[in-house]
Design a protein around this ligand. Structure first.
Ligand code: HEM
Length: 179
């Protein structure tokens, strides 16, 4: 869990879609079990949990390429982070697995776009839909200050995709770790 733990200062909380999260100035992230983490905003203003899970959509060649390009969490120079909790609509979850994969990759090119930003951006996806949480995913990204503009470019491109028409709640939390 290196990197995805410890204390971060919350630089901003922007509600992109759906219900907001209350304002908080600090984010504490800690492991609470095998592969499971808890992110707590402020003095327990809100708490979100998610589990690192198996891959759903990535195909063998994509997994191989991701592994060869990905940077680890917890790099010293990665003093910026983003925690973006996301929920997808009932319409998304009613689709079949092959229909979701087609929207995710063949139409929206999520992995192909994301790959362009590796290894500058390190990432970890946590699933929380089956934990009875308010979001379906906690997405976590770490990057250096000089890659902040590239990260903005990445989120802008993903939010323009067909996949994002199924996102019905999204809160974008930006974090800073002092040197
Ligand atoms: C840094 C570059 C990125 C790469 C390489 C990347 C890659 C991936 C891959 C391969 C998956 C599929 C995992 C699976 O097979 O289950 C995935 C899922 C996901 N990613 Fe990204 N991603 C990136 C950036 C982002 C960003 C910036 C966001 C949010 C703004 C995001 C949100 C998500 C979500 C919500 C899922 C789960 C989708 C679902 O299961 O329905 N990703 N990503």
């Amino acid at each position: 869990m290196a990197g995805w733990s410890g204390n971060w200062r919350i630089a901003s909380i922007e509600t992109r879609r759906g219900a907001p999260l209350a304002a908080a100035d600090r984010l504490d992230v800690r492991p609470i079990g095998a592969g499971t983490v808890e992110a707590q905003g402020g003095a327990a203003v809100w708490t979100l949990a998610g589990t690192a899970s198996n891959v759903r959509y990535a195909e063998r060649r994509e997994i191989t390429e991701l592994r060869s390009r990905q940077a680890p969490l917890g790099r010293d120079e990665a003093r910026r982070a983003a925690l973006i909790p996301i929920r997808k609509s009932a319409a998304w979850w009613e689709l079949a697995q092959d229909e979701r994969r087609a929207i995710f990759e063949e139409t929206s090119h999520h992995t192909r776009i994301g790959m362009e930003y590796l290894p500058a951006v390190a990432l970890q996806l946590y699933h929380c839909r089956d934990l009875g949480e308010p979001f379906d995913f906690l997405t976590w990204f770490e990057y250096a200050a000089e890659d902040a503009a590239a990260f903005e470019d990445l989120v802008r491109r993903l939010r323009e995709t067909a996949e994002w028409t199924y996102v019905d709640r999204e809160v974008d939390i930006r974090l800073v770790r002092p040197a």
